[in-house]
Design a protein around this ligand. Structure first.
Ligand code: COA
Ligand code: AMP
Length: 632
C-alpha cells in the first residue's frame, strides 16, 4: 500500500509545515524567519533568514556523528583502470585541503568558481570545497567547446577556474587546457587563477603566474583547518548553465537551504536509500543529475556515492554496469534511458546481465528523456527489479513527477513518470491558459510557488527568468514540456514546446545550432530539427539554403557545417547531418515550418499546414532527407 496520496495531501494542506519537517534533516546554524517568504525574489524564497553550510551537512557532520570510516565516495574508472575509495573522514580532509587552496587564491563567500573537470573525485571535491567556503561553483561539462565555456566565464565571472588536464573518451584524449586557454582568451572576463589537476595521461602546460598545479597546492595545504562558512539559506550554492532557446545558455541558480531540504527528502521518499547504502547515478557532474545525485543528495544523508568514469558499453563491454553493481553492492542505479538502449543493442538477450550477482540492486531509476516503454519493459524483464521513470529538469533539481519508492510504489504505467511529487501542483493548460480535460495534450505547468531546490531565478537575470518561465501562464511556472494527465492523475510527458532537443539524455538547443550554421559565410538561411534516433532518442538534423552564387560543392559545405557545430558547441551536440536544400517550407508570414519538417523526416503522416506558402516545398524536403537520414 503506497502512502503517496496521504503524503501529497499533507503537503497540499500545509506546504510550509511539510517543508519545515523535511528541513529537520539538515543542520542549520540559524533557523529561518519564514519557511517561505512570498515577497522576496520573482516568486518567493524558501527558508529566508536561516543560515547553514552545505559541506558541513554533506561531510563534517557525518564524521562528527562517528561515521568517519564509512565510505563516502567510490571512484571507478574502467577507462583508465583506476579505482579508489574515500571514507567520509578522507573526503572531508581532501575537500578541506582544496578549500584552503581556493582561499589562498582569494576565493571567498559569494565568489564564483568554474569547475571544468571530467568524472574524477577531484570534481566532487572542488564542488564541495566551494560550498565549504561559501563560494558558488559552476560546473561546465567536458563535452562542450571553448566558445560555450567562454560564454559561461563571461556570465559567471569566476575568480578561479578549477580544471583537469584532460578527459578521456573511448576514442580519444580530450586535452582540456587548450580548450580552457582558448575560452579564457575569447572571454572578456579573466579569472585571476587557474588550478589544474594534472592527470597522468596529459601534462598540461601551465602559464606562470596564472596557472597552478592543484595536487601540489593541496599537498601543501593538507591538514590546515578551514571552517565551514555559514551562508544564507537563500544564497546560491551553484549556477548550472543549461540550454535555452538562444545561444546564450540560462544560468540556473540553486539556493543553499531549500536545495538540501528537498534533496534529503527525496533520497528516502523517492529513492528509498538509507545511510550507508550505495547509490549510483551513472551520469556526469556536468549535468544536473550529477549535481543532485552524484554529489549532494547521497552525501547529505550519509550514503555512499559513485564516480564512474566510463560508458555503459565499450568500457569494456555492455556488462560494465552489472560489474559495478556486483562489485560495490549497489542498491539503486539511476541513469538515462539512452544508456539502456545502448546496452540492449549490444546485449539484446541480457547474457552479460546473467554473469553478475545483482542481488543488491533494488531499483532502477530512469530520467533525462522520455523512457520509451520498450526499453522500460526490457529492463524490467532482464533485471527483475522495479524500473522507475521520473521526470525533472535542470531548473527543478529534483523530480517533479516520480513513483516514490520510499513511500511505497504506485502501480507502474509504462510511458508515464507516474505522479507529481509533494511541492508540485501540476496542471495541464491549453495555449490560452485554460485547464484541459484528463487525457488531453497541453502545456505542463506548475502552480507557484515552486518547491524548495527549484530555481529561484536565473543568475543576474531576474527579468529573463520571468520572461522565460512565469510570464506566459500567470501564476504558474512553465515547464516547456507538453503532455497530459490521465484519469488517475498519472502524467505523460510527450515533447518540448520550445526548441530544446534531448540527444542521449543531453539537453541541447536547436536555436543555438542554427546560430552556428547561420554564421557560415555560404549559408543564407537554415533550420535545425530533432529527428528520431533509435539509440539517442533524438539527433539534430540541419537544413541549409545556400547564398546565391556559392560555387563550393554542397557536400563540402555540409562537411564544414558539421565541423563548425562541433567546434563551436562541442562534440556532445552530436551534429552529424547537414542537408542542403533549395528552399525551406514557410508559412505565408515567413515562419519556418520546423514541426512539419520533423514529421517528414521521421516518416510520420502530417497534415498540410493551412498557412503554408508553397506546398511543393514539402516534397522537396522529403526528397532531400530520403536516404540521408538512413546513411547518417
Ligand atoms: N568530454 C568530451 N567529449 C564528450 C564527453 C565528455 N565528457 N561526453 C561525450 N563526449 C563526446 C563523445 O566522445 C562523442 O564524440 P564523437 O562524436 O567523437 O564520438 C560525442 O560527445 C557524443 O557523445 P554521446 O552523445 O555521449 O554519444 P556516444 O556515442 O559517445 O555514447 C551513449 C552514447 C548512449 C553510450 C552515451 O551517450 C551515454 O552513456 N549516455 C548516458 C546518458 C547520460 O549520462 N546522460 C546524462 C543525463 S542523466
Ligand atoms: P535537463 O534539464 O537536461 O534535465 O532536461 C530536462 C528535459 O528533459 C525535460 O524538460 C524533458 O523535456 C526531458 N525529460 C527529463 N526527464 C524526462 C522523463 N522522465 N520523461 C520525459 N522527458 C523527460
Amino acid at each position: 500500500m503506497s502512502r503517496y496520496a496521504e503524503v501529497y495531501a499533507a503537503w497540499k494542506a500545509d506546504p510550509e509545515g511539510f517543508w519545515k519537517t523535511a528541513a529537520a534533516a539538515i543542520d542549520w546554524t540559524r533557523y529561518w524567519d519564514a519557511v517561505f517568504d512570498p515577497a522576496d525574489g520573482p516568486y518567493g524564497r524558501w527558508f529566508k533568514g536561516a543560515t547553514t553550510n552545505t559541506a558541513w551537512n554533506c561531510l563534517d557532520r557525518h564524521v562528527a556523528a562517528g561515521h568517519g570510516e564509512r565510505t563516502a565516495l567510490i571512484y571507478d574508472s574502467p577507462i583508465t583502470g583506476r579505482k579508489a575509495r574515500y571514507s567520509y573522514a578522507e573526503l572531508t580532509a581532501e575537500v578541506t585541503a582544496l578549500a584552503a587552496v581556493l582561499a589562498d587564491h582569494g576565493v571567498g563567500k559569494g565568489d564564483r568558481v568554474i569547475v571544468y573537470m571530467p568524472m574524477i573525485p577531484q570534481a566532487v571535491m572542488a564542488m564541495l570545497a566551494c560550498a565549504r567556503i561559501g563560494a558558488i561553483h559552476s560546473v561546465v561539462f567536458g563535452g562542450f567547446a571553448a566558445r560555450e565555456l567562454a560564454t559561461r566565464i563571461d556570465d559567471a565571472k569566476p575568480k578561479v577556474i578549477v580544471a583537469a588536464s584532460c578527459g578521456i573518451e573511448p576514442n580519444r584524449l580530450v586535452a582540456y587546457k587548450p580548450l580552457l586557454d582558448e575560452a579564457i582568451a575569447a572571454s572578456e572576463h579573466k579569472p585571476s587563477s587557474v588550478l589544474v589537476f594534472q592527470r597522468p595521461q596529459v601534462q598540461a602546460a601551465l602559464q606562470p603566474g596564472r596557472d597552478f598545479d592543484l595536487a601540489d597546492a593541496m599537498e601543501t595545504a593538507r591538514g590546515r583547518p578551514v571552517p565551514c562558512v555559514p551562508v544564507e539559506a537563500t544564497d546560491p550554492c551553484y549556477i548550472l548553465y543549461t540550454s535555452g532557446t538562444t545561444g546564450q545558455p540560462k544560468g540556473v541558480v540553486r539556493d543553499t537551504g531549500g536545495h538540501m531540504a528537498a534533496l534529503a527528502w527525496s533520497m528516502k521518499a523517492i529513492y528509498d536509500i538509507e545511510p550507508g547504502e550505495v547509490f549510483w547515478a551513472a551520469s556526469d557532474v556536468g549535468w544536473v543529475v550529477g549535481h543532485s545525485y552524484i554529489v549532494y543528495a547521497p552525501l547529505l544523508i550519509g550514503a555512499t556515492t559513485v564516480v564512474y568514469e566510463g560508458k555503459p558499453v565499450g568500457t569494456p563491454d555492455a556488462g560494465a554496469f552489472w560489474r559495478m553493481v556486483e562489485e560495490y553492492r549497489i542498491s539503486a542505479l539511476f541513469t538515462a534511458p539512452t544508456a539502456f538502449r545502448a546496452i540492449k543493442k549490444e546485449d539484446p538477450e541480457g547474457v552479460l546481465i546473467g554473469r553478475y550477482d545483482l542481488s543488491s540492486l533494488r531499483t532502477l531509476f530512469l530520467a533525462g528523456e522520455r523512457a520509451d516503454p520498450d526499453t522500460v519493459k526490457w529492463a524490467e524483464d532482464k533485471l527483475k527489479v522495479p524500473v522507475v521513470d521520473h521526470w525533472w529538469q535542470t531548473e527543478t533539481g529534483w523530480a517533479i513527477a516520480a513513483n516514490p519508492v520510499g513511500l511505497g510504489m504506485l502501480p507502474v504505467k509504462h510511458g508515464s513518470p507516474t505522479v507529481p511529487m509533494p511541492g508540485y501542483a501540476v496542471e495541464i493548460l491549453d495555449d490560452a491558459g485554460h485547464p484541459v480535460p484528463a487525457g488531453k495534450l497541453g502545456n505542463i505547468v506548475v502552480k507557484l510557488p515552486l518547491p524548495p531546490s527549484c530555481l529561484p531565478t536565473l543568475w543576474n537575470a531576474d527579468e529573463r527568468f520571468v520572461r522565460s518561465y512565469l510570464e506566459e501562464f500567470p501564476g504558474y511556472y512553465k515547464t516547456a514540456d507538453a503532455g497530459f494527465m490521465d484519469e488517475d492523475g498519472y502524467l505523460f510527458i510527450m515533447s518540448r514546446t520550445d526548441d530544446i532537443i534531448n540527444v542521449a539524455g543531453h539537453r541541447l538547443s536547436t536555436g543555438a545550432m542554427e546560430e552556428v550554421l547561420a554564421s557560415h559565410p555560404a549559408v543564407a538561411e537554415c533550420a535545425v530539427i530533432g529527428v528520431h534516433d533509435a539509440l539517442k532518442g533524438q539527433a539534430p538534423c540541419g537544413f541549409v539554403v545556400l547564398k546565391a552564387g556559392v560555387t563550393t560543392p554542397r557536400a563540402e559545405i555540409e562537411k564544414e557545417l558539421v565541423k563548425l557545430v562541433r567546434d563551436k558547441i562541442g562534440p556532445v551536440a552530436a551534429f552529424k547531418l547537414a542537408i542542403t536544400v533549395d528552399r525551406l517550407p514557410k508559412t505565408r508570414s515567413g515562419k519556418i515550418l520546423r514541426g512539419t519538417m520533423r514529421q517528414i523526416a521521421d516518416g510520420e503522416t502530417y497534415r498540410m499546414p493551412a498557412t503554408i506558402d508553397d506546398p511543393a516545398i514539402l516534397d522537396e524536403i522529403r526528397d532531400a532527407v530520403t536516404g540521408r537520414l538512413a546513411d547518417a
